[in-house]
Design a protein around this ligand. Structure first.
Ligand SMILES: CC(C)(COP(=O)(O)OP(=O)(O)OC[C@H]1O[C@@H](n2cnc3c(N)ncnc32)[C@H](O)[C@@H]1OP(=O)(O)O)[C@@H](O)C(=O)NCCC(=O)NCCS
Length: 161
């Protein structure tokens, strides 16, 4: 069930739920997971010892949205792990697929990576052959396989910048 309130409209979130600060817990990974679940999360500023550490924490995860007017029609996420940029949650609204939005999001998250990122990684379900072919056409190659938390076999793909 979807609950629409002034809060969901104002912040563009799916659910009227806020993840409070929670020092030592409200880090980028949690905030990113909360955002992906459709709620609003906050990084806690005093968890990090210095303003530079806080800036790095904020920059760890970037999510880029694609909009048609005010409608969010696609998104992709970049998470930094040293020199590696992990791309995830690439998704386009079903009625907007096949129009170049997914390709644009992939290019945009790659371009958003800071200079220290020298390689990109992503995971695709092993049965998602159309997606795997799409990534191959954009320079990604299979590197390994792994099982995700839902028990799905993932093809881990990568390319150098
Ligand atoms: C995968 C996805 C993000 C692609 O976004 P999109 O906006 O439809 O993609 P684009 O229009 O930019 O097309 C990218 C390529 O995929 C192809 N493609 C798009 N939709 C396709 C489909 N349903 N079946 C087969 N190929 C398709 C396009 O022809 C294009 O081919 P190209 O490499 O020759 O240019 C989108 O289909 C989606 O959200 N799927 C569901 C979620 C998902 O699977 N996410 C990826 C997780 S790894």
């Amino acid at each position: 069930m979807t609950i629409k309130t002034r809060f969901t409209e104002l912040f563009g979130v799916e659910h009227p739920i806020v993840q409070g600060g929670m020092q030592w817990v409200g880090r980028a990974e949690l905030v990113s997971a909360v955002a992906n679940a459709g709620a609003l999360g906050f990084i806690t500023a005093l968890t990090q010892p210095t303003p530079d550490d806080l800036r790095r924490e904020i920059e760890t995860t970037t999510t880029i949205g694609a909009y048609l007017g005010e409608r969010l029609v696609g998104a992709a996420r970049l998470t930094l792990d040293g020199e590696t940029g992990w791309i995830s949650r690439v998704a386009v609204a079903p009625d907007q697929q096949g129009a170049g939005i997914g390709s644009g999001l992939l290019e945009a998250v790659e371009a958003a990576a800071p200079a220290e990122v020298t390689r990109f990684r992503l995971g695709a379900g092993h049965k998602s052959s159309a997606n795997i072919a799409m990534y191959e056409r954009r320079g990604y190659q299979e590197l390994s396989r792994s099982i995700d938390t839902a028990g799905i076999e993932l093809v881990i793909m990568g390319k150098d910048r």
